[in-house]
Structures are given as structure tokens and as C-alpha cells.
Write a new protein. Structure first.
Length: 217
């Protein structure tokens, strides 16, 4: 078994065991667990990309893309707006629970983006901006503001990358469109069942739970 395959298997096992993992740690703090910490538990991460830096950072970045396009786990910009992976059981429960509260931060542009992705998923950032006429620096803040509640409310997910310029762009999809079976299973869950699964993976008063509560206010 190659090291790359071994890292992918280890990462998948860690995500499924923990339910939720960041890709990279936040300032190497232990409050939020991450794939980095699971793969390299004795190493502090340094954000280095040059040839003399820690090549494990770049390797994990590429592993992030491979995991996100695998359909085995769910990738989103969720926890504090950072790259986050979920196991399917926890994601389904979060999706079900999030239907109980209204995301009043969704703008007109948010709904425009979501409607676009429901018709055609996945799209790159460039394609999505063009389809919704939000391209260019003038609309940058509008686009970011519109995307934030869609990530937070689990309406959209990231599913790999699309090569549509000199650099690959995140492939963004409507959750309902790309994970139709998963969403149907989530909607069939009772509220109490979803809450129990949430409690299994998210300890009370943990930073993840505090972030979750904050989203509902």
C-alpha cells in the first residue's frame, strides 16, 4: 500500500470516527481536531509552501481534494468558515437539525446562487459567478456574503476541484442535487434521532457545539 493510499484511508477512518474534522489546525490549538493532527499528532503545522518548507502541508491540501471528490465524506467551508469534513451520519443529522431553524442571513443573491446550483452542479467559483452575474471585484463582497449562509446551513457542499483557469477552482454543488439520497435520508430522520447523533459526535460546551448554537441566533 502506498503512503498516499495509507494517508487517505487513515483520514477517512478519522473523519468517520470523529464525525467532524478540520483539514488544518487553527493556530495549532487542541480545541478543534483536524486531519493534520490525526495524521501527524506530534507535529505542529507551519503554513509553508516553498520548496524548503514542510511538504506535508501541500500533500494534505491535495488529499483534501481527493477526499472531497470521493463521495465517502462531506466537505464544506463550515466550522469558523474553514475547510471542514463530516462523516455522513453526522452530516445527515446536522442537515436535518438545520431545517428546524431559519437562516435569516440568506440574501437575494444567496437564493440566486442556490437556484443556479440546483439547476447545474457542480460549478467552479468562476462559473458560478458568471452564471449569477456576480463576477468582478465590485461584487466580491456581495458574493462572499451570499455564500456564507449557504455553507453554514448545509445548502451547498464542495466536491473536488474544476480546472477552469491557471489554478484549479473549488467545485461547488447543491447538497440536494449532488447528495440526493443523503438528503432524503436526512429528511426521514426524526428530530430526536438527529439530536442523539449530534450529541454522540459533538460534546456539550465544546467549541463545535458553541459554533453550532451561534448559527441559530
Amino acid at each position: 500500500m502506498s503512503k498516499k493510499t495509507s494517508d487517505k484511508i487513515q483520514a477517512l477512518n478519522a473523519i468517520n470516527k470523529n464525525g467532524i474534522l478540520l483539514v488544518f489546525p487553527i493556530k495549532n490549538k487542541n480545541e478543534y481536531n483536524s486531519i493534520w493532527k490525526e495524521l501527524y499528532p506530534r507535529s505542529k503545522m507551519k503554513w509553508e509552501w516553498d520548496e524548503n518548507g514542510d511538504n506535508r502541508v501541500a500533500k494534505l491540501w491535495h488529499l483534501r481534494e481527493e477526499l472531497s471528490s470521493s463521495r465517502e465524506v462531506i466537505y464544506s467551508k463550515w466550522l469558523s468558515g474553514r475547510a471542514t469534513f463530516f462523516s455522513k451520519p453526522l452530516f445527515k443529522s446536522l442537515y436535518r437539525l438545520s431545517r428546524e431553524w431559519n437562516s435569516n442571513q440568506k440574501t437575494r443573491e444567496s437564493m440566486q446562487i442556490l437556484d443556479c446550483l440546483k439547476m447545474d452542479s457542480p460549478l467552479s467559483t468562476k462559473q458560478l459567478k458568471e452564471a449569477t452575474h456576480l463576477q468582478g471585484k465590485y461584487f466580491e463582497r456581495t458574493y462572499e456574503k451570499a455564500m456564507k449562509p449557504l455553507w453554514q446551513h448545509f445548502d451547498i457542499v464542495a466536491v473536488g476541484e474544476i480546472q477552469d483557469s491557471s489554478f484549479p477552482s473549488l467545485a461547488i454543488a447543491s447538497t440536494e442535487s449532488f447528495f440526493e439520497d443523503l438528503v432524503l435520508e436526512a429528511k426521514e430522520k426524526s428530530l430526536s434521532e438527529a439530536q442523539e447523533i449530534f450529541k454522540t459526535y459533538v460534546p456539550q460546551n465544546s467549541l463545535v457545539e458553541k459554533f453550532w448554537r451561534k448559527l441559530q441566533n
